[in-house]
Design a protein. Structure first.
Length: 298
């Protein structure tokens, strides 16, 4: 368990505790009257949607409906209704910027008492870019491909690096030279996302994760460890590229986003892409491309 570094005096409401690597804990409560109101709403909704023997749908007495359902499941639905807003209020209170969905722990959930929760999440790490332009220029100047493999390079036999080779060199140089203190929560969340994608792919092939591991002469733990490192590297690079975009003041215009959407061709796809969320994603892709073009041109 990591040592707690700093306890911020709580404002009325949530208590914030900072842990290492920009990880934080938020302890907050939901007053019993709010819990009770939400419980009543859940039961009322269930009554409208349920059908008991001898009664038409939505006409069974509320008391019978309530007795027919596990109370724990009712309270689970109450939590699902109340928790997102309470967590959002706590985040707003302390002006936090969570980078991943929180891990929620129920501290106390007794009737006629305020319900207590603890949420654990993290923010993105701070980035110190240093002289990244010189780092990139240096690695591109140093790494040239030539033949034959042995002996001094012959200028006539030198070959220019492909764009993919350049990008790989740039990525490695940035990851190696710019160290980020990534939260374990952040890395594990990205690893789990990548593993979920892998599982989906191998299941479509009719394989289990154990069979996949054996076919690659690895253990499941080795695969998880590799994906953890991949997650760390990809997150590190992504955050660095965002920092460079901020440093250079790169921006994406609405016209550029519209142009990319228009290139989709199909009207249904265009409509699906022309939403605030999709436009924001397209903007991030275009902004990243601006950074890549800049780095390739160094």
């Amino acid at each position: 368990m990591p040592k707690k570094l700093k306890l911020k005096p709580s404002l009325p409401g949530a208590k914030l505790t900072w842990l290492p690597k920009k990880t934080f804990e938020l302890e907050f409560s939901i007053p019993w009257p709010e819990v009770k109101t939400a419980y009543t709403q859940v039961v009322d909704q269930l009554t409208k949607e349920s059908k008991l023997e001898g009664f038409r749908k939505g006409k069974a007495p509320k008391a019978l409906i309530e007795k027919s359902v596990d109370k724990g499941k009712l309270y689970e639905e109450v939590i699902n209704r109340l928790l997102p807003l309470s967590y959002a209020k706590s985040i707003s209170q302390h002006q936090l910027k969570p980078a991943v969905a929180p891990k929620i722990q129920i501290i106390s959930a007794k009737e006629n008492e305020a319900w207590q929760f603890k949420a654990t999440s993290c923010e993105l790490p701070q980035v110190s870019l240093g002289n990244y332009t010189q780092t990139v220029k240096g690695v591109l100047a140093k790494e040239k491909i030539w033949t034959p493999a042995k002996g001094a390079p012959d200028k006539k036999e030198q070959k220019d690096l492909t764009e993919t080779q350049k990008l790989n060199l740039i990525a490695k140089s940035l990851i190696d030279s710019i160290r980020l203190d990534l939260s374990d929560l952040l890395v594990e969340s990205e690893r789990d996302r990548l593993l979920a994608k892998l599982l989906d792919q191998i299941q479509k092939l009719g394989l289990s994760i154990d069979q996949y591991a054996i076919s690659n002469n690895k253990t499941v733990d080795q695969i998880k460890a590799e994906y953890l490192q991949t997650a760390s590297n990809s997150l590190t690079l992504e955050i660095i590229l965002q920092a460079i975009a901020d440093d250079k003041g790169f921006k994406v215009t609405d016209a550029e986003i519209d142009k990319m959407i228009a290139a989709a061709g199909d009207e249904k796809i265009k409509k699906a892409l022309n939403t605030p969320g999709e436009r924001a994603y397209i903007a991030s892709v275009l902004r990243k491309r601006q950074v890549i073009d800049y780095l390739l041109g160094l």
